[in-house]
Design a protein around this ligand. Structure first.
Ligand code: ATP
Ligand code: ZN
Ligand code: MG
Length: 302
């Protein structure tokens, strides 16, 4: 706990992260952003030849798609919705009165059609389903988005608004599990290139409640999720900086993603936690980028 506080404090003192008064909501300095940009270019060099279709969605998604995704069944504790004032002039008067006397002014806010994106790939599946059947070669997509998760923490590696770079693969079981394995190998290689020691381990998502325990156990037993772990705030509990998820045909069935021959597509996604990777670099090589090992600087900036 002390370690966490002090790394966060040092990040604030150095200006790399900017305190907003909210745990897990930080501004970032130009230097911090430069590290993320450099690492994303490294991702491009590893993944560039695969011919993924790049798409960028904003950090909010269509609420109807979010509802259909089943996110509220699995992770209600993490979700964030966008609400707005939709009232009359009279309602406005009482809103301001409410704020004036320090009462809860948010009660009158109404849900909009937008929710905050929980993972970069969520807006993709309905988008691709709308196109019709996938070609024989399947689909490969390159995504990056700010994501929201309501998990306030003093651990700088657990933020509420953070960026996820993802590759998503759609195709046959063999096709998408090969894709996932390739990125596990690449992940290890990339982190080695920037001087980070990693381990890969089987993992599970934080499914809510008692029924969630079973889902989590099932996910583990079937090796559906792996994480690439790097010690950041704790050596005993290293942080997931990448995840490798195989959804079987669950998303294919849910969204109606079919292959050319009419069979349901299997899907897999590989996610990079960009802030976490930057934090791992600062933690291991120091807060002054100029002092980083030459090999690391070369891998990032050529
Ligand atoms: P954790 O196990 O640490 O809660 P996760 O398994 O929930 O992470 P995923 O849902 O697989 O993470 O998200 C993909 C990637 O996004 C993770 O590998 C991680 O690098 C990053 N990530 C997830 N949650 C956060 C967060 N709160 N702050 C910063 N990065 C995050
Ligand atoms: Zn994903
Ligand atoms: Mg996890």
């Amino acid at each position: 706990m002390d370690m966490q506080t002090s790394f966060l404090d040092r990040l604030f003192e150095s200006g790399l992260l900017i305190d907003t008064g909210i745990d897990g909501l930080y501004g970032r300095s130009g230097q911090f952003e430069d590290v993320i940009a450099a690492f994303e270019r490294l991702i491009d060099t590893f993944g560039g030849a695969d011919g993924a279709e790049a798409m960028r969605f904003p950090p909010g998604m269509n609420r109807a798609f979010f509802e259909k995704s089943g996110y509220m069944k699995s992770f209600p504790q993490l979700a964030g919705t966008v609400h707005s004032f939709c009232g009359s002039e009279l309602d406005h008067v009482s809103l301001l009165q409410c704020m004036e006397v320090g009462e809860d002014w948010t009660k009158g806010q109404e849900a909009t059609d937008i929710v905050l994106t929980p993972a970069a790939c969520y807006p993709l599946y309905p988008t691709i389903a709308k196109r019709g059947n996938l070609p024989k070669t399947g689909g490969l997509f390159d995504l990056q988005s700010y994501c929201f998760r309501h998990e306030p923490s003093k651990d700088p590696a657990r933020q509420q608004l953070f960026r996820m770079r993802e590759y998503v693969c759609m195709g046959t079981e063999l096709h998408v599990t090969d894709f996932r394995q390739r990125w596990m190998d690449r992940g290890v290689e990339m982190m080695k290139a920037v001087g980070l020691e990693v381990t890969i381990d089987v993992a599970n998502d934080p499914f809510f409640g008692r029924a969630g325990k079973m889902l989590a156990n099932n996910q583990r037993d079937q090796n559906l999720k792996f994480e690439l772990l790097i010690p950041i705030t704790s050596a005993a509990n290293p942080t997931a900086c990448m995840s490798f998820n195989y959804h079987q045909d669950a998303f294919g069935t849910k969204w109606g993603l079919n292959l050319e021959d009419g069979t349901v597509a299997h899907t897999a996604c590989v996610g990079f936690g960009l802030e976490r990777i930057a934090l791992a670099l600062f933690h291991h090589h120091g807060l002054d980028v100029k002092q980083w090992p030459a090999s690391v600087r070369k891998a990032l900036w050529g």
